[in-house]
Design a protein around this ligand. Structure first.
Ligand SMILES: C[S@@+](CC[C@H](N)C(=O)[O-])C[C@H]1O[C@@H](n2cnc3c(N)ncnc32)[C@H](O)[C@@H]1O
Length: 228
């Protein structure tokens, strides 16, 4: 196993460890995040989800691949909009929850355990690509390969949306003492340039409102304009 695959294995087990606490953050009845910051996190979360779903446009009967799908919260919404959602994640614990959440909404859940750097997906098979809160866990030197792989699976002319980083707070980090993986704050100008270099047109970059204590975060709405 090469060095990068090993690094990803470490991240994978860290995400397996925090899966249930992560998923609880989406829970309307959250009991673990007893804090005055909870409503702020919640407000930001709702705002971001709504924006991303809006920007994906009509997803009915579209193959929507969500990379790093976590607990399947986007999947539940997208499935209810008749998308053919595929949730991909390397964390088994995340996928278990994702599958049961999507199924609980009465829809089929297709989940795949895989690494986003090496997608078991056919070339140009996907109509919408979504990657929320994942890129920020990888340093800049690894992102070109990642975006090239994303480019490969998406159909020409279709939409790829990324969000980076998760607008974390010190409160948020304190919920996961020492077990939440290290994250990187990539500059929007840098990410936009990399997206262009790897075949995406950047349609817009949406700044996520900071809501007091939150750190900055952005949603990148892009379109694939060339294959590599
Ligand atoms: C911060 S969570 C975000 C989950 C979900 N996208 C959301 O917004 O609720 C990041 C997710 O990405 C997954 N992830 C991180 N790196 C990955 C990789 N290399 N391959 C597959 N999944 C990965 C983690 O297991 C975790 O579920």
């Amino acid at each position: 196993m090469d060095k990068r695959a090993k690094e990803n294995r470490v991240l994978q087990s860290e995400f397996d460890d925090v899966a249930l606490r992560w998923i609880a953050l989406y829970d309307d009845e959250n009991k673990t995040a007893e804090s005055s910051w909870w409503p702020i996190w919640r407000k930001s979360l709702k705002w971001r989800m709504q924006k991303v779903i809006e920007e994906l446009g009509d997803v009915s009967e579209k193959n929507v691949l969500e990379l790093g799908c976590g607990g399947g919260h986007y999947g539940a919404i997208l499935s209810s909009k008749k998308a053919k959602w595929i949730g991909l994640d390397f964390s088994f614990n995340m996928l278990l929850s994702a599958r049961s959440l999507v199924r609980s909404t009465g829809h089929d859940a297709k989940v795949v355990q895989a690494d986003v750097f090496d997608l078991p997906i056919k070339t140009q098979a996907i109509d919408r690509l979504l990657c929320i809160g994942v890129i920020g866990y990888y340093p800049e030197r690894r992102l070109t390969n990642l975006f090239l792989e994303f480019n490969r699976v998406l159909k020409l002319g279709e939409i790829f949306i990324a969000q980076s980083p998760h607008p974390l707070t010190s409160w948020f980090r304190s919920l996961f003492p020492s077990r939440l993986p290290r994250s990187y704050s990539h500059r929007p100008a840098y990410l936009a340039q990399l997206m262009k270099k790897t075949g995406f047109e950047v349609v817009k970059i949406i700044k996520i409102p900071k809501y007091k204590i939150m750190t900055a975060g952005w949603i990148y709405v892009t379109r694939k304009i060339s294959s590599n």
